[in-house]
Design a binder for this molecule. Structure first.
Ligand code: RNT
Ligand code: ZN
Length: 418
């Protein structure tokens, strides 16, 4: 027996004594796909060459060398990251990552043809795909408005974009024989206090009804709210109350929770169980908010662990669709992916290694003393040994030696992209 196995066996016994089954946890963890966002690889730039820069109240700061500039580069970067992440996952695409071979295709005329290379990429690797229409970084965004614009040409253009992207999502799901999450986020809002809040919201509602009118098998629709965007501080049309009530009143439309899109003292970990009483699916954008910004690389912090706890103890690993959403341009972008995905998985593993039935009973019995002691004890159990076992079984580095592989890739490939 190797030292690694001894350490795992010792951990397994410790967890067993506490009431947790490490083998069951490892089995469940390998069943949880994480949707990995393509936009960390190129600072949300996409492949259209319209001359537009990133807009819509989101910002990527930093100019670390090696940003992907082409589909081939982005795919190669993805492959490097995937080799260092245990398990089978999904890729999350935006419409702005269409592959048009130099042709300028208007966003309202995109088809699945423009994503066939992505579909091939996913098929070869056994990955699922999720899909997002792109309502930002485009000349048709007028006065920071898209689907809520009072200008019918503008609103119509974006409605057509929303519709065509749902068809693309349907075709991808058909090609992969795997459901596609279609997530709609718009930046629409105002820097300063508006004179009319109801008008934009009524127009957004109308636009959504037009976009979601057709029913497509294999497409899971959702809408993503936000509290504010940079430069759009005073009013966001698609607020949480707006989308939550919209999703609750339309069958088959879900409410996506991005944990960077709420007031700093609100917690998405608390919202999951609330939504589970009404919805059979909850899509997530897992990110890390820092003060007014929402898109830092996911770390293994308390809120991430609490989100994972909720997913596990609500018995919702098949209901909560986990996607990541961050973009840090100040560090190696491949490393950012690897850190974020592995941390999400570590948080899930920690949650899977807790005997929640036992703790739930303590709560229901009113034994809050035992509950506190058990929760604190769980924190010091050797989850790292179980995590290393998971990595070993999945053929990826167990420790931070994975950075050596990213560094070699940086030296051989990324640094040469200037
Ligand atoms: C923006 C939203 C949205 C985007 C991506 C690129 O605030 O979080 O999800 O980050 O669609
Ligand atoms: Zn998001």
């Amino acid at each position: 027996m190797t030292a690694g196995r001894d350490i795992y066996e010792a951990a397994k016994n410790k967890y067993a004594a506490f009431g947790a089954d490490t083998e069951a946890a490892l089995r469940l963890l390998s069943r949880i796909p994480i949707s990995i966002h393509c936009w960390q690889g190129d600072d949300v730039s996409g492949f259209e060459r319209t001359g537009e820069t990133l807009s819509g109240g989101i910002q990527a700061t930093g100019n670390y060398p090696g940003k992907a500039r082409t589909p081939d580069e982005l795919m190669a970067d993805f492959d490097t990251a995937l080799k260092l992440i245990p398990g089978k996952h999904r890729i999350n695409l935006h419409a702005s990552y269409a592959i048009t071979n130099g042709k300028n295709i208007s966003r309202d005329r995109l088809t699945a043809e423009h994503f066939k290379d992505w579909i091939g990429f996913a098929k070869e690797r056994g990955l699922g795909i999720d899909f997002n229409p792109t309502f930002f970084s485009h000349p048709m965004v007028k006065d920071n408005l898209t689907l809520s614009s009072p200008d019918e040409d503008t609103r119509g253009f974006w409605v057509r974009h929303g519709i065509t992207c749902r068809r693309i999502a349907a075709e991808i799901s058909w090609e992969l024989n795997n459901p596609v999450l279609y997530n709609l986020w718009i930046p629409d809002g105002f820097k300063d206090v508006p004179a009319d809040r109801l008008g934009p919201r009524k127009r957004l509602k109308e636009s959504l009804d037009e976009i979601f009118a057709e029913k497509w098998d294999g497409v899971i629709d959702c809408v993503e709210s936000k509290v504010f965007g940079i430069g759009l501080e005073s009013f966001t049309v698609g607020s949480n109350e707006f989308y939550l009530s919209y999703a609750a009143s339309r069958s088959g439309v879900y409410n996506l929770l991005d944990n960077g899109h709420f007031h700093p003292t609100e917690h998405v970990s608390d919202k999951i169980s609330a939504l589970l009483t009404r919805f059979d699916k909850i899509p997530l954008h897992v990110t890390r908010p820092v003060r007014w910004d929402s898109d830092h690389v996911v770390l293994l912090d308390d809120e991430l662990k609490e989100i994972a706890n909720e997913i596990v103890r609500c018995d919702a690993i098949d209901k909560v669709l986990i996607g990541l959403d961050f973009f840090d341009a100040s560090i190696n972008r491949v490393a950012a992916w690897v850190v974020g995905v592995r941390n999400m998985q570590k948080a899930l593993l920690i949650a899977l290694l807790c005997p929640w039935d036992k703790l739930r009973k303590m709560q229901d019995d009113g034994d809050f003393t035992s509950l506190m002691v058990a929760r604190e004890f769980h924190k010091t159990l050797p989850f790292g040994a179980v995590w290393e076992e998971f990595c070993t079984r999945n053929g990826v580095p167990t420790d931070d030696a994975w950075l050596g592989i990213v560094r070699a890739y940086e030296k051989d490939v990324l640094i040469k992209r200037t």
